[in-house]
Ligand binder design. Structure first.
Ligand code: SF4
Length: 694
């Protein structure tokens, strides 16, 4: 670029690509992002000077020719540009009309884990105040909802208990169901630096993910869908050898006797038969974890996107508790969250059926009255529908209209061909996004929003750190920030909020949400980020939670027995292999942003199936040829990548790709975790065939 440094604008902000929460300076000029550079490390406590390829280079999407710049309305089957006034009047009319005719519960709302906390807060407020339903959910349902459910039941907060410093200083890691190097690159670097200094690292995963290849990692391959089995097997071995922390268990937990009884069946032989874990490896890891001075238990969607997701995470919390490695220094549970703001926008802010902001229950009379007083309306105590339930209800004709902000369920829902039919059949669909996504193609109205580079507000990282997001460039055309759009819609329902800035919204969040009680934009500006819980303006925030007590009624955590029968659908003669899904470093979710990045697409532009050499040979499949993968739900065409990364019984296909390479053409919409309603993306029975002659 032919600019002098003093001619460009520099804005310190937070990355919008994943939930690590990296901060950096964006250098901009004339509406274009020129570069991302390290900011003052004081201002970037999680990443310091590190960023990954997406945070560093991936801003070309901002100025794509196909950015939405004007509201669109469908007339005679075609989209036409329209004014904001006409678009919002139309949306308000249609939502209001469906509510009047069929009731508020005939509408479903999907909020966005990419958008700011402030945008998500006002979305749930709009749905509850103006529409009068709790049918609001977000993509957290499709990823870490079992984590939130399980950690709420056991430890108290549906979130990580550790800070960056715990990851830096712990003596041991257990990592499972997480391709950390590709999904959370900067955290992987932090972990590897600690391991080089001497920490132990145990990786349990169906695939040889990159962190498993790290020279100091001890890797154990597990069979997809049986995680609660091997975790219970570890607990059994620890108890049998008196390696558990008796004093900690007595003082800080409830339910030990029941847990000890329940794990008896998980003998090494049983664990090997069900989960495929060799007894020696199970014992070695169990002993290493139990005898370490401290340990952090890390997981991602490999553990949660199963019908047993909640049980898996409860098992992990049990393991952390019996070893005394949670609520103690440099130890704890660390679910690695996916989307940039899924912790804050997807959970803390309450765009979920059962919770107001701050995990305050809609069924609690006092809490509901507090929000009813603040919103000046009666609020319903009826639990709403999750996103997966909203789609099933729409299929049954019970949901007539949907409003989807910044999500792309036409690609991300399980059994996506059916999800698209459902979107097509809705009486009314409004989509708010930055591009005409696959989902927006089905909309009646499309509202142009801003990206994270054009927005003001906050994101909350995987480690509960609330950090400022600052507008670095002007919105494209007539696009508007999410919170402004929702505010304008609310006015059409007679609720004039009058927010002048996202900072004012955060002030309201703080006034109603105890765990955010002391957070304001001014403090974040001064202090460079605060970890919740932060109870009031004098409270410093909490880097590591539970050091004194767990967030349960008498301060003691609950040990809860678990068991599992494995995946909902088992391999069969017709579908003999198990498909697992996941991500690659160079893509982000459904590709809305990264598919528009030439550099990323040149490296990772096409879907593939990892197939073990033995399986490939059995099927006459060569490396780099096209294969057809077929499940009971559909089929996809992808490139074969012959590799020992997977075992002979499994294949892996990434989730980012579109058209006939979409992995969610294969997954099952009805196999849901019974508590959290998260779909089983990680274990679908499939068969494969060469496409060479096809
Ligand atoms: Fe952004 Fe995540 Fe990469 Fe950090 S690790 S730069 S937050 S995508």
């Amino acid at each position: 670029y032919d600019y002098r440094l003093e001619e460009v604008d520099v804005t310190d902000t937070t990355c919008g690509y994943c939930a690590v929460g990296c901060r950096f300076d964006l250098y901009t000029k004339n509406g274009e992002v020129l570069a991302s550079r390290p900011t003052d490390p004081e201002n970037a406590p999680i990443n310091g000077i590190s960023t990954c390829v997406k945070g560093k280079f991936s801003y070309g999407f901002q100025n794509s020719d196909d950015r939405l710049t004007q509201p669109l309305i469908r007339k005679d089957g075609e989209f036409h540009e329209t004014s904001w006034a006409e678009a919002l009047d139309f949306v308000a009319n249609r939502l209001g009309g469906i509510k009047e005719q069929h009731g508020a519960n005939a509408l479903g709302f999907v909020s966005s884990s990419r958008a700011t906390n402030e945008a998500n807060y006002v979305m749930q407020k709009f749905v509850r105040q103006s529409i009068g339903t709790n049918n609001v959910d977000n993509c957290n349902r499709l990823c870490h909802s079992p984590t939130v459910e399980a950690l709420s039941q056991t430890l108290g907060y549906g979130a990580s208990s550790v800070s960056r410093d715990d990851l830096k200083n712990t003596d041991c890691f257990l990592i499972t169901g997480s391709n950390t190097t590709e999904q959370h690159p900067v955290l992987a670097t932090l972990i590897k630096q600690n391991v080089i200094r001497g920490a132990d690292i145990y990786v349990f995963d169906p695939r040889v993910v990159k962190i498993a290849e790290f020279t100091r990692s001890q890797y154990t391959r597990v069979r997809p869908g049986y995680d609660a089995v091997w975790i219970n097997g570890m607990i059994r071995h620890i108890l049998e050898n008196d390696l558990h922390e008796t004093e900690f268990i007595d003082e800080r937990t409830v339910g030990f006797e029941e847990l000890a009884d329940s794990v008896q069946k998980f003998t090494p032989e049983y664990v090997e038969e069900k989960a495929g874990v060799p007894p020696d490896e199970l014992k070695q890891a169990a002993e290493g974890i139990a005898t370490a001075d401290s340990c952090v238990f890390c997981w991602a969607l490999g553990l949660t996107e199963q019908v047993n997701g909640t049980k898996n995470v409860i098992s992990m919390a049990n393991l952390a508790l019996v070893t005394g490695h949670v609520g103690t220094p440099n130890s704890g549970v660390s679910p690695f969250r996916g989307q940039n703001n899924v912790q804050g926008g997807g959970g803390d802010m309450g765009p979920v059926p059962g919770n107001f902001p701050g995990y305050q229950k809609v069924t609690d009379d006092d809490i509901r009255q507090k929000f009813a007083d603040a919103y000046d309306v009666e609020l319903t105590d009826e639990d709403g529908l999750t996103i997966t339930e909203q789609f099933l209800a729409a299929d049954d004709g019970d949901i007539k209209g949907m409003f989807i902000m910044g999500e792309n369920p036409a690609v991300s829902e399980p059994n996506v061909a059916h999800a698209r039919e459902i979107l097509e059949d809705l009486d009314f669909l409004c989509v708010q996004d930055i591009f005409l996504t696959d989902t927006a193609q089905y909309a009646d109205v499309v509202l142009p929003a801003t990206s994270f580079v054009e927005s003001n507000g906050t994101f909350t990282s995987s480690t509960r750190r609330v950090q400022l997001v600052k507008q670095a460039i002007e919105p494209k055309g007539n696009a508007k920030q999410d919170w402004k759009i929702v505010q304008a819609l609310s006015e059409r329902f007679g609720h004039e909020w009058g927010y002048e800035s996202s900072a004012e919204i955060m002030d309201e969040i703080a006034s109603l949400t105890p765990i955010y009680g002391g957070i304001s934009h001014q403090r974040l500006e001064n202090e460079g980020g605060i970890c919740w819980p932060c109870w009031d303006e004098d409270h410093p925030g909490t880097e590591t939670v539970y050091l004194e007590e767990f967030n349960q009624p008498d301060g003691r955590a609950f040990l809860i027995p678990t068991d599992t029968e494995g995946p909902a659908e088992k391999p069969s003669d017709q579908y003999p292999l198990t498909l697992t899904t996941g991500r690659v470093l160079y893509q982000y979710h459904t590709g809305t942003m990264t598919h528009r990045e030439e550099g990323l697409m040149s490296i990772a532009g096409e879907a593939f199936a990892e197939i073990h050499p033995e399986t490939a040979a059995d099927h006459g499949i060569q490396d780099s040829e096209y294969v057809r993968v077929t499940s009971p739900n559909g089929s996809a065409r992808v490139l074969a990548q012959v590799t020992k990364r997977v075992n002979p019984e499994s294949i892996f296909v990434p989730m980012h790709y579109l058209e006939d390479a979409q992995v969610n053409l294969l997954t099952n919409e009805e196999a849901l975790d019974p508590s959290a309603h998260c779909p089983e993306y990680k274990a679908t029975p499939v068969r494969i065939e060469s496409e060479t002659d096809g």
